[in-house]
Design a binder for this molecule. Structure first.
Ligand SMILES: CC(C)(COP(=O)(O)OP(=O)(O)OC[C@H]1O[C@@H](n2cnc3c(N)ncnc32)[C@H](O)[C@@H]1OP(=O)(O)O)[C@@H](O)C(=O)NCCC(=O)NCCS
Length: 316
């Protein structure tokens, strides 16, 4: 049974010790976070890095029963809570709340001003985690991104009218240039556009990763030769997936469906080169409401998996 009278009781009083752990100890805490974080938080700090990791474990009678992981950028004072897990048999006893409050204190002591957390609404613990956040003064979690995972062969069903859409966009003057065929440096071009304030900051997500795929990442150019948008595609060899973390088009072209045309072309080319069963993950941020609606209404019914990334934050 849940103990509703426990809020004034801290986990520490129940014989649970909260202790910062170092990177070497992560291997023993693998059951208390996601595999990717075990790897990332096991790494030693690289010299000159502005990013500082925080690993806070809850230990009971020598056994780790909970773990909170966060990263903080020392230059900006911004932190991200990456993971908070309490072992199944120890839930609903106040440990999650104690870990959360303690990691907030550690972050604040290190100079952190704002902390945020992003998590999938499909996470089995999403409901408990959201309740815990709101109950400790975090903002109500709101959808920030939508992710649609499916077979590229299915996109021909999504885009029954692909050819017509493409022809219309081409007549309107759109050119879709794969990075491989671009005669400049697409990365530098994107950074210049963001620097000049012509595109939002988030449009460079994944830009510097070496997983960027030059065939399916694209620059969108209008009839006057002006850059009006881009698509970043990353190939993840471990899971053999093509991810599209960024697809952005300038506001004045959003209504013309050009971004959709670029996605349709990208999926079509992946299918031609890698077969209909190749998996693509399309994403849109809440900053592109039109694209979001298209993914939700047009793509989601054909997808294998749909989730929304929720974001919550707290001013420390
Ligand atoms: C989310 C999680 C860390 C909570 O840990 P916990 O130790 O069980 O949480 P606590 O006992 O400290 O609960 C604190 C508060 O959270 C809320 N809460 C926790 N579980 C809840 C549930 N199942 N339903 C509703 N609220 C819940 C309550 O507000 C509770 O406060 P209360 O005293 O007013 O009831 C734990 O459920 C977990 O590990 N889940 C799986 C991993 C996960 O999804 N993590 C989040 C993303 S990384």
């Amino acid at each position: 049974m849940r103990n509703h009278g426990r809020t004034d009781r801290s986990a520490a009083q129940d014989g649970v010790e909260l202790r910062l752990v170092d990177n070497h100890e992560m291997a023993q805490l693998g059951n208390l976070t996601f595999p990717a974080y075990v790897t990332a938080f096991s790494e030693a700090l690289s010299e000159g890095s502005q990013m500082r990791p925080f690993r806070l474990a809850a230990i009971e009678k020598g056994n780790p029963i909970g773990l909170a992981l966060a990263t903080m950028y020392m230059d900006s004072g911004q932190a991200e809570l990456r993971s908070l897990v309490v072992a199944k048999d120890h839930r609903n006893a106040g440990t999650g709340r104690s870990l959360l409050l303690e990691i907030e204190t550690r972050l604040r002591d290190a100079g952190c001003k704002d902390v945020s957390a992003r998590f999938s609404d499909r996470l089995p613990g999403a409901g408990s985690f959201a309740a815990l956040l709101v109950g400790t003064g975090w903002s109500a979690p709101e959808p920030e991104r939508i992710r649609i995972l499916g077979r590229v062969g299915k996109t021909s069903e999504v885009f029954r009218d692909r050819e017509r859409l493409v022809q219309r966009a081409l007549r309107d003057g759109l050119s879709i240039v794969p990075w491989r065929d671009h005669d400049g440096d697409p990365r530098a071009l994107i950074l210049r556009e963001i620097e000049a304030g012509r595109a939002p900051e988030w449009t460079q997500i994944g830009l510097s990763d070496d997983t960027v795929d030059p065939d399916f990442s694209m620059i969108l150019i209008d009839g006057t030769g002006e850059v009006v948008g881009w698509v970043i595609c990353q190939f993840h060899p471990g899971v053999r997936r093509w991810g599209f973390p960024v697809g952005w088009i300038h506001e004045e072209h959003q209504r013309r469906g050009w971004l959709l045309v670029a996605y349709a072309q990208g999926a079509h080319r992946i299918e031609k080169l890698h077969g209909a069963d190749a998996i693509a993950v399309f994403e849109s941020s809440s900053g592109l409401p039109m694209m979001w609606r298209v993914l939700e209404h047009r793509f989601a019914p054909y997808a294998d998996h749909v989730d929304r990334v929720l974001v919550s934050g707290k001013h420390l």
